[in-house]
Design a binder for this molecule. Structure first.
Ligand code: NIG
Ligand code: FE
Length: 383
C-alpha cells in the first residue's frame, strides 16, 4: 500500500490528549501525518516524519479531524423557505410543516432523492464533514420509510429509523404507534443502525413519553441502538427517557432543567446541541456552558433539514456554539468531532491517531481558532 506524507501542517488537532500539548485537543505544531489507504499510519512532529511514497505540503494550514455530523435529515424533497420567512415574522415552529415535506418526499422518484442526498453530502464535504448520520422520517408509511433508509444507506452506514417523527394525516395516533412498533419496524430495522423518536408532548404532532418509550423499546428488541429528539420545544420528558434507556444521544436539549442536567451528567448519554435550530427557529439557545461544567458529554451537529435548520455547515455550528452557548473554541471543535463520534459510538473517527480512519479537514488558516473567528467564511474542506 502506498503511503502519503502530509507536511506543512502549522497546527494539527488530533483530539488525542497523549499527543502534543496534552490538552483534550492534543495539539501539535509544525506537524506531519502519514496516510496509508483509508487509515492514519503515523502522526507527529514534521522533523520526525518517516519517508513516504508521496509527499504533499499543506503550506502552513491547520488540520483538524473531519467533522462528525451526528444528526441530519437529508432524505427529503420540497421547499419550506416560506415557512422560515413566516417564522422570522413571529410564527412559532410546532412541527406541523413536516407534513409538507412528507408529501413532497413521497412524490419524488428514487433517482431524484438519490441526487438530492448526494448533492447535500457533497456540500457537507466541501465544508469539512467526513461522517454524517442520516434519518428517515419524511416517508411515514412502511414503504416510504424503508425506501428512505435504503437510499440513506447508499451514502452512510449511520442510518436512523425515524418513523416516529410525527403522526401522519389519515391515521389515528394509537394505530400509528402500533404500525411503528410492528410492521414498519420489521421492514425498517434491517436497513438502519439506529432508532429515533421525536419525544415532544408540547407538539400535538410528535410523541409523548409513553409512546416514545414503546417505540424505543420495540426498536431495541429489533436490534437497533437508541437516539432521541428531546426537549426542543419546551421542558419535557425526552432527556430523562433517553438517560433511563441509555440512549447514545439526546438531541436538541433546548429546554433543560437542573435535574435534566444532573441526569445527563450521571450517564453515558451524549447531549447533542443543534445551534442552527435555535438560530433558524428564533429560539433561546441552551446553556452549553452549564452542561460542560456539570461534566456532560456534549456533541454539536447541524440537524440539516428543510424545517428547522437548512444548513449543512459544521463551521457555522461551531461559531454559534461559541458565541451563543458559551463553549470555548476548543470545546466546540471537540464537540463537533470527537463528541459527534461519541454520539455515534464510533472509536475509529473523531480522533487523528494511527489505525483510525484518515478523515481529515484542512483549514485555509493557521489555527483551528479561525473556525469561530471567521464565521461564514469557507475555510474548511474535507481532504
Ligand atoms: O430535528 N424536531 C423534529 N424534527 C426536525 C425538524 C423536522 C422538520 O421541521 O422538517 C428537527 O428539528
Ligand atoms: Fe432532527
Amino acid at each position: 500500500m502506498s503511503a502519503l506524507l502530509l507536511t506543512g501542517i502549522s497546527e494539527l488537532v488530533t483530539n488525542d490528549p497523549r499527543c502534543g500539548d496534552g490538552s483534550a485537543l492534543g495539539l501539535l505544531s509544525d506537524a506531519a501525518a502519514v496516510i496509508e489507504g483509508d487509515r492514519i499510519a503515523w502522526v507527529g512532529e514534521a522533523t520526525a516524519a518517516p519517508a513516504a511514497d508521496e509527499v504533499r505540503d499543506l503550506g502552513g494550514r491547520a488540520v483538524v479531524p473531519g467533522f462528525v455530523d451526528s444528526h441530519s435529515h437529508l432524505v427529503f424533497d420540497g421547499d419550506r423557505s416560506a415557512e422560515f420567512a413566516a417564522r422570522m415574522s413571529g410564527t412559532p415552529y410546532d412541527g406541523g410543516g413536516i407534513a409538507t415535506t412528507v408529501a413532497a418526499t413521497r412524490a419524488a422518484a428514487d433517482d431524484r432523492l438519490r441526487a438530492l442526498i448526494g448533492a447535500r453530502i457533497q456540500e457537507m464535504r466541501a465544508q469539512g464533514t467526513t461522517t454524517v448520520e442520516i434519518k428517515s422520517g419524511y416517508g411515514l408509511t412502511v414503504a416510504d420509510e424503508a425506501r428512505a433508509l435504503r437510499l440513506a444507506g447508499e451514502f452512510s452506514p449511520e442510518t436512523t429509523f425515524l418513523g416516529a417523527h410525527v403522526v401522519p394525516a389519515g391515521i389515528a395516533r394509537e394505530e400509528y404507534v402500533r404500525l411503528l412498533c410492528g410492521p414498519m419496524l420489521a421492514e425498517c430495522a434491517p436497513l438502519a443502525r439506529w432508532i429515533d423518536v421525536f419525544c415532544e408532548p408540547a407538539s400535538r404532532h410528535a410523541f409523548d413519553a409513553e409512546e416514545s418509550r414503546a417505540v424505543l423499546e420495540a426498536g431495541r428488541r429489533a436490534g437497533l441502538e437508541l437516539r432521541v429528539h428531546g426537549n426542543q420545544l419546551g421542558h419535557g420528558p425526552g432527556v430523562q427517557l433517553a438517560v433511563e434507556l441509555a440512549a447514545a444521544s439526546v438531541d436538541h436539549c433546548t429546554y433543560l432543567s437542573a435535574s435534566d442536567i444532573e441526569a445527563l451528567a450521571g450517564s453515558d448519554t451524549v447531549a447533542t446541541l443543534l445551534p442552527g435550530v435555535e438560530f433558524a427557529t428564533r429560539s433561546p439557545y441552551p446553556d452549553g456552558r452549564a452542561l460542560l461544567d456539570a461534566g456532560v458529554r456534549v456533541a454539536i451537529a447541524t440537524d440539516c433539514n428543510p424545517g428547522t435548520c437548512y444548513s449543512s455547515s459544521m463551521p457555522l455550528m461551531i461559531a454559534l456554539a461559541v458565541r451563543e452557548m458559551k463553549l470555548t473554541p476548543a470545546e466546540a471543535l471537540w464537540a463537533a468531532t470527537a463528541g459527534g463520534a461519541m454520539a455515534l459510538r464510533r472509536a475509529d473517527i473523531g480522533v487523528i491517531a494511527p489505525g483510525n480512519k484518515a478523515d481529515l479537514c484542512v483549514l485555509q488558516a493557521p489555527s483551528y481558532l479561525h473556525l469561530a473567528y471567521r464565521p461564514g467564511v469557507p475555510i474548511a474542506t474535507a481532504l
